[in-house]
Write a protein that binds this ligand. Structure first.
Ligand code: FA5
Length: 345
């Protein structure tokens, strides 16, 4: 029998001796450390020793060692199940006058709550929720959306490139293409998710933020459907009294295109130096438009038969207004005094 196999026998005894005395979970952990500790664990050292054996002994010894390792791991699981958790107080003496143990409950982040509120409104209108990858190809993020290489419209969507073809997606629009490649109309979806841009953070901009994309494709879809749906959605989110406006805009993948602004909830247009709206009284929350026929051709949908509309809304930006927060960066500072305000029970 090799030296290594002798050691296995010896350690098996040692393990049995220790395990027969165990009562508490803490002791199971100590025994686990004795055998599996990263530097000095008995089994860790045996595996080091295995590497030094001559090749003809290595195979049999390796098998024996692995079997032993599995045996011990299984026994540790059993011991863990049987052992008790002993709290420090129980060890001293029970003092019923001590304050109770207060559990700290986790809670959803305000942006998660807001995203769920958005999803609920669209699901109630018959939309389904889809998602897509955060690392995208140049094709899906740009080319299929009608941004040829070197097109100047790419400048405002600059991002981090992983290599020549892969990048961190700058918007949720690439998922439009992924969905249209797989599903044929009628399509009625929203796509929430994280997006990335080369941006300097300020009160209304972040280099990483969330968007929700919307896409409707069917026969006979018009701009009136886009306008009606977005108005219904924004009023469901902010209340009937919210003021909003559609402005003409440009996106390579929609024609015609528009942007939607809502009134600045921070200054209501009363502060010419407002850091949120710059004094204009309005702040853009989404881009939208009718799907460009070229985009339909890229996914083999016949633009003569089908039409559609799409939008992309900034979740963080819109949440600022919904919660009346003058600074988008608060969402990412993880200050519990800020976060707790959204989860009062
Ligand atoms: C887009 O990203 C287009 N994909 C939107 C679109 C989809 C148009 C479908 C047409 C059809 P834009 O870059 O404007 O567009 O961003 C959309 C929204 O994301 C903005 O209105 C804003 O609410 C939010 N947003 C944009 N940049 C930032 C930023 N740096 N930080 C926080 N929110 C931002």
């Amino acid at each position: 029998m090799s030296i290594l196999e002798n050691k296995i026998r010896e350690y098996r005894h040692l393990f049995e001796e220790h395990s027969s005395k165990i009562k508490e979970k803490r002791e199971v952990e100590e025994l686990r450390q004795l055998f599996f500790g990263r530097k000095k664990g008995l089994l860790t050292l045996l595996f080091e020793e295995l590497k030094t054996l001559p090749p003809e002994e290595k195979k049999a010894a390796g098998r024996a060692l692995n079997e032993f390792k599995e045996e011990i791991q299984q026994q540790l699981v059993q011991l863990e199940l049987k052992a008790k958790t002993v709290r420090p107080q129980e060890k001293i003496a029970e003092d019923l006058t001590l304050p109770g143990w207060k559990p700290y409950w986790g809670a959803p982040h305000p942006l998660t709550l807001f995203q769920l509120a958005i999803e609920k409104i669209f699901v109630s209108m018959g939309f389904t929720v889809e998602d897509g990858p955060e690392i995208e190809t140049d094709y899906y993020n740009f080319e299929a959306l009608n941004f040829p290489p070197h097109h100047p419209a790419r400048d405002s969507w600059d991002t981090l490139y992983i290599n020549d073809k892969l990048l961190l997606r700058t918007h949720t629009s690439p998922v439009q293409i992924r969905v249209m490649e797989k599903k044929k109309p009628p399509i009625r979806i929203i796509i929430p998710g994280k997006v990335f841009r080369r941006e300097t953070a300020d009160p209304t901009h972040l280099p990483m933020f969330y968007q929700v994309e919307g896409l409707v494709v069917d026969r006979g879809i018009t701009f009136a459907h886009l306008k009606g749906t977005l108005e219904y959605f924004i009023k469901a989110l902010f209340g009937e009294k919210i003021k909003l406006r559609f402005r003409p805009s440009f996106f390579p993948f929609t024609e015609p295109s528009a942007e939607v602004d809502i009134e600045c909830i921070v200054c209501h247009g009363q502060d010419p130096a407002c850091r949120v709206c710059g004094g204009s009284g309005w702040k853009e929350i989404l881009g939208a438009g009718m799907v460009d026929p070229q985009v339909f051709k890229n996914v083999n949908i016949d633009p003569e038969k089908y039409s559609g509309w799409a939008f992309g809304l900034g979740i963080d930006r819109t949440a600022m207004f919904a919660y009346q927060i003058p600074e988008i960066r608060y969402f990412y500072e993880n200050d519990l005094r800020f976060l707790r305000q959204f989860n009062r029970k």
